[in-house]
Write a protein that binds this ligand. Structure first.
Ligand SMILES: Nc1nc2c(c(=O)[nH]1)N[C@@H](CN(C=O)c1ccc(C(=O)N[C@@H](CCC(=O)O)C(=O)O)cc1)CN2
Length: 283
């Protein structure tokens, strides 16, 4: 039976460390400041943004939310980002995704200064990560949170077969680079991959980010694998569930993350930690 990785507990532990760090910086006159831009009224995005704001305030981080109407133009958003890039009081900028369809997501991400890139999505920072350079580098928060889980639970990655299912810029690609940087042998599988079950079955470390509820079943998973579920799906009753059939897979895995209380809570904790780092690196 797998050990269940408790993301909520680990997130609380990391928040505790972040709070101490913020107190120290505040005594030195530096108050980390995160600005989150929310365009439109997507229900889930509003909840995530509110949660980020509450978490930041509880840790002593200055938090500003900029709300823009759903019909905002790309130009308006670019102007806002340009102002924030120049504002010395702002250390970290995040544009909540997804954006309304009239706005090109990549153009927006590229406009954020790499030095204020709270999400680690800027092409400069993505390039550095894929070159194996990690000094003063903001990294995508969800994969970074998963790396913290491996560290906390002493899960060795060196020489292991790691399979990342999903190739998004937010999770799949940065996850693969982080695993590669730790000497894992990494395969990215996706919707066009042939014989995907055979590939998944080889994984000592399996990270799943497909957005398809219960995509991974027990008979596809190697006995003793570590299974990380990044999914946030809804089952037929509307209940939050993951990309992995948790009940089945937990009986053969050695470690597994649940949904909820797995990877999700780590994302916001890593954002807080990254905001503090960006503030420190700015001086
Ligand atoms: N600019 C960004 N946009 C988005 C990101 C991101 O990292 N940067 N990620 C997601 C949304 N997200 C943060 O923004 C996020 C999603 C989920 C959770 C979380 O804690 N989930 C809980 C369950 C919550 C629930 O009950 O609905 C869990 O898994 O336990 C945190 C952050 C897309 N946009």
């Amino acid at each position: 039976m797998a050990m269940i990785i408790n993301g909520r507990e680990l997130a609380n532990e990391i928040d505790g460390q972040t709070k101490i760090e913020v107190e120290k910086l505040s005594h030195e006159g530096l108050i980390p400041h995160l600005v989150v831009i929310l365009v439109g009224e997507d229900e889930a995005s509003q909840i995530y943004v509110r949660n980020k704001h509450k978490r930041a305030e509880s840790l002593g981080i200055k938090s500003t939310i900029i709300r823009m109407p759903v019909n905002s133009s790309e130009e308006e958003l670019l102007i806002k980002i340009s102002d924030l890039n120049k504002d010395k009081d702002v250390h970290a900028i995040l544009v909540q995704l997804p954006l309304p369809e009239q706005i090109n997501e990549q153009r927006i991400i590229e406009a954020i200064s790499p030095n204020k890139d709270a999400d680690g999505f800027s092409p400069i920072n993505v390039g550095k990560l894929s070159s194996g350079e990690t000094y003063h580098l903001p990294i995508a928060c969800t994969p970074m949170g998963i790396m913290e889980m491996f560290k906390k639970y002493s899960i060795d990655l060196d020489g292991k077969n790691a399979v990342v299912v999903g190739r998004s810029n937010i999770v799949g690609k940065p996850m693969a680079n982080l695993l590669l940087n730790e000497n894992a042998t990494v395969t990215i599988a996706h919707s066009h991959t042939k014989n995907i079950t055979n590939i998944i079955k080889q994984a000592d470390i399996l990270v799943v980010a497909t957005g398809i509820a219960h995509f991974i079943k027990k008979d596809q998973v190697k006995i003793g694998a570590t299974v990380i579920d990044v999914g946030m799906d809804r089952d037929e009753n509307g209940k939050l569930t993951g990309d992995v059939d948790f009940e089945g897979v937990k009986s053969i895995a050695s470690f597994i993350t649940p949904v909820p209380k797995g990877v999700g809570p780590m994302t916001i904790s890593m954002l807080m930690k990254q905001t503090v780092n960006l503030a420190k690196w700015s001086i």
